[in-house]
Design a protein around this ligand. Structure first.
Ligand code: FUB
Length: 459
């Protein structure tokens, strides 16, 4: 650690990029894999869980890209399996003139407002606010919230001033944890009720092998401070426990080893949703599968988290299928096409009305929606708002698998148009809970198909 702290910040990032750590045999689950996202921060709000992430699609595809993330992407779910893409919700310098980076956010709700904290790279922390969890977020201060002049931040050896974690305690006191690159570089400072100013000076507690990625959560009166350990300790997620949010922390062990298919920096978010606890994190599986340099192209994944009776955390076993679904999808209402469990070959884009759609679909591209409950009666027809269906191209609805039973099909009417149109087709009877696919089949490779939403009509 001593050796590392003498190395400049940029060099450490480069160095950590080339670390070769032990390979794990298991693959793990990934979510929103049509994007490269990292550093998950979570917010449970009005029956959904929102994840805010560093947008690694801002980084170029080459191995020397560097971490150039200047936007934050938000996704959300009500069932932990189907995730809705809300797109970029905050971007520098568009929404924050003084910053050129938006790394590793933390998001919290208070008094009907949502607060998003972010690192301007490793050189200071900003805050942005919105009235909605899906933004847009705007900078209320016109300057950093935390910098080297903030009381209590310095002295610190080679401090990385980033990775904020906002935490609101049950007594109404909010705290911001932050810092990196040294066992004595973790800081915590009180936030005022406005959440955009600090109260008093930052304090610190010693964190063994502390590298980055502070997280705080509370369960049954216990405070859990978790973090990424340094490269020497294999960049695990470790944790400490206390009965106070700022003092008395005791090291308790490992929450998650270095994830499979990662071999580099590690960053997590812990949250409770519908009675279960979860651990969101990033790895580099999607880039590895694509065969592109993975260092700056991370992706999100998620696992359940469990506790022992004494409150200590059971170390995560990384799985191939992440978590189980909580709830189901109602097919008889408008469902956004950018809400899916898995996909092949899609991108998402903003629509003119401020929403999102899936875009650029060609032959054999698809989305999968998991756990759709058709009920006892089943559907009588299927409709979707779609554009670009040229002669010979169809949008097939298949259940169970990609070559499962086709229950509906939208075909070209010959009036190929760039505009989204609502199209309907008869649906075969089908009952109960099913996974289904929207699959593009055949057609003109020069035309790409966009889908805004879909729904079934009940029989
Ligand atoms: O994404 C940039 C940096 O990588 C974050 O700030 C760190 O926590 C690490 O994940």
């Amino acid at each position: 650690m001593k050796k590392l702290s003498k190395i400049p910040f940029k060099l450490i990032i480069l160095f950590s990029s080339f670390l070769i750590l032990s390979q794990h045999v298991q693959a793990d689950d990934h979510i929103a894999a049509h994007r490269h996202l990292a550093d998950p921060a979570t917010l449970v709000y009005n029956g959904r869980v929102y994840i805010y992430a560093s947008n690694d699609d801002d980084n170029t595809d080459d191995k020397d890209s560097g971490y150039k993330m200047k936007s934050i992407v938000c996704i959300s779910s009500s069932d932990m399996k189907n995730w809705t893409d809300h797109g970029v919700v905050f971007e520098a310098p568009r929404d924050v003139s003084w910053a050129n980076r938006t790394w590793a956010p933390s998001v919290i709700a208070r008094n009907g407002k949502i607060y998003l904290y972010f690192g301007n790279g490793g050189s200071g922390i900003g805050v942005a606010t919105s009235s909605s969890p899906i933004g847009p977020f705007k900078d209320p201060l016109g300057k950093k919230l935390i910098d080297n002049e903030t009381p209590g931040v310095q002295p610190a050896k080679n401090m990385w001033l980033f990775d904020p974690m906002a935490f609101l305690d049950d007594d109404g006191q909010a705290y911001l944890y932050f810092g990196g690159n040294g066992e004595d570089n973790m800081r915590v400072i009180k936030l005022n009720e406005d959440m955009i100013s600090v109260n008093g000076q930052a304090s610190s507690f010693h964190v063994p092998a502390f590298f980055e990625a502070s997280w705080m959560h509370k369960r049954n009166g216990n405070y859990y401070f978790s973090y990424s350990s340094n490269p020497k300790a294999e960049m695990r997620i470790d944790y400490m426990m206390s009965k106070s949010p700022t003092t008395g922390f005791v090291y308790k062990g490992v929450i998650g080893a270095q994830p499979p298919n990662n071999n580099n920096n590690n960053h997590h978010g812990i949250f409770e949703f519908k009675g279960k606890w979860y651990h969101a994190y990033h790895n580099r599986l999607v880039a590895i599968k694509k065969g592109i340099p993975p260092v700056y192209k991370r992706n999100l994944a998620i696992e359940e988290l469990t506790y022992k009776p004494d409150g200590s955390i059971v170390q995560i076993s990384y799985t191939a299928n992440g978590v189980t679904q909580v709830g189901s999808v109602n097919p008889y209402q408008r469902n956004e096409a950018e809400s899916m469990q898995d996909q092949n070959g899609i991108i998402t884009k903003n629509t003119a009305d401020g929403g999102m759609e899936i875009s650029g679909m060609k032959n054999n591209n698809w989305i999968k929606i998991q756990g759709v409950d058709f009920g006892k009666k089943g559907p009588k027809d299927f409709s979707a708002k779609v554009s670009g269906l040229s002669p010979g191209t169809s949008l097939e609805v298949r259940v169970g698998s990609l070559d499962g039973k086709q229950i509906a099909k939208l075909v070209s009417t010959g009036d190929k148009t760039a505009d989204l149109q609502i199209r309907a087709a008869k649906a075969e009877p089908i009952q109960g809970k099913q996974d289904f696919y929207l699959l593009i089949s055949g057609g003109d490779p020069s035309t790409a198909i966009d889908i805004d939403w879909w729904r079934f009509q009940q029989r």
